[in-house]
Design a protein around this ligand. Sequence first.
Ligand SMILES: [Zn+2]
Ligand SMILES: [Zn+2]
Length: 390
Amino acid sequence: MNETARNEAEYLTRLRREFHAHPELALEETWTASRIEKELDALDIPHQRVGATGVLGKITGERAGEGSIALRADIDGLPVHETLNVPYRSTQPGVMHACGHDAHITALLGAARNLTQVRNAFAGEVKLIFQPAEETGYGARDFIEAGHLDGVERAFAMHAASYLPVGSVAVVEGLNFAAVDHFVLTVGGKGAHVSRPQEGSDALFIASQIVVAAQGLITRRTDPVEPVILGIGKLHAGTAYNALAQTAHIEGTTRTVTDESRIRIRNEFLDLARAIASSYGADIDVTWREVTPAVINPATVSAEVSAVVERIATLTRDRPYSLGGDNFAEFQQVVPGVYAYFGTGNPSVPNSQNSHHNGNFDMDEAALPLAASVYAEYALWWLGEGRNRA
Ligand SMILES: [Zn+2]
Ligand SMILES: [Zn+2]
């Protein structure tokens, strides 16, 4: 490693550890946003807030011409308690960068630093999107609604991947993540003494019927070769052991990969719930939130990113789609964009192959300079020759 490379690696490791030690939950990323702004100031990059905790930076090329690309990093931590005793462990009990978003922030700042040094090599602008609240499905829409994606020609995001070896980058054309919906159904019944059920409407009993019957929509009403999840993770009902529950709350999520099944499963589930409730004299109140569409990488942009990755890293397509979600999908709906993965796992670096969202998650920080270059090189390619070819 030469001295410049060593300096960069040290700079990025220092930054990542600083962010790692200061995780903040979705929509509470105030320290994080200020720290990002401080770094952008040091790099002489103009910036503005988007929403309360989003940050947008802009690097303008010195060449004559046009062009615009957005690079996105999500910045939120998780309600997970860090169990590792590393020197840079979380200083916030119960909150942790357990998904690797600390590395995303760092890689994008590293890319920004690289890009400011080669302003004379490109025209147009690079927008740096530091997006809050990815884990809860917020943040992205604020950038879109404020018009920051207007006129942007390409969008690009990367996620750390402990299941991929450090040095590799996965780019997968087509489906990457499912569409995600979140629902709360409230069963409105009628309380009564347990000895006089005929005078009430037992919300707990009704909710139980709904939870069990819902899985029939998957096994009996869904094409078995199409992935659909109707997951119910919370069920709360009742206040006394000897009374009929007056209300019950059923909370869960759907995961689908086509618009048709997304709409169908929602309608069939609500019809089913209402039918069961009404046959026992109760009603259903529904809160339904469409969290994010599916992440689908378009073929042309996937090919562009793959070609850039092949120059500097080991390209792989070996990353099966998952029924997780990421609201980078919202950017993809307004700008052609790709979502890729950079490997952070290394058998010789302790804990770097542990799963995301776990208290023992960590990474091989050797991945950081590579992730920074993939961000920067794709932007440079697009604003250099890429957009003229497309
Ligand atoms: Zn996550
Ligand atoms: Zn994540």
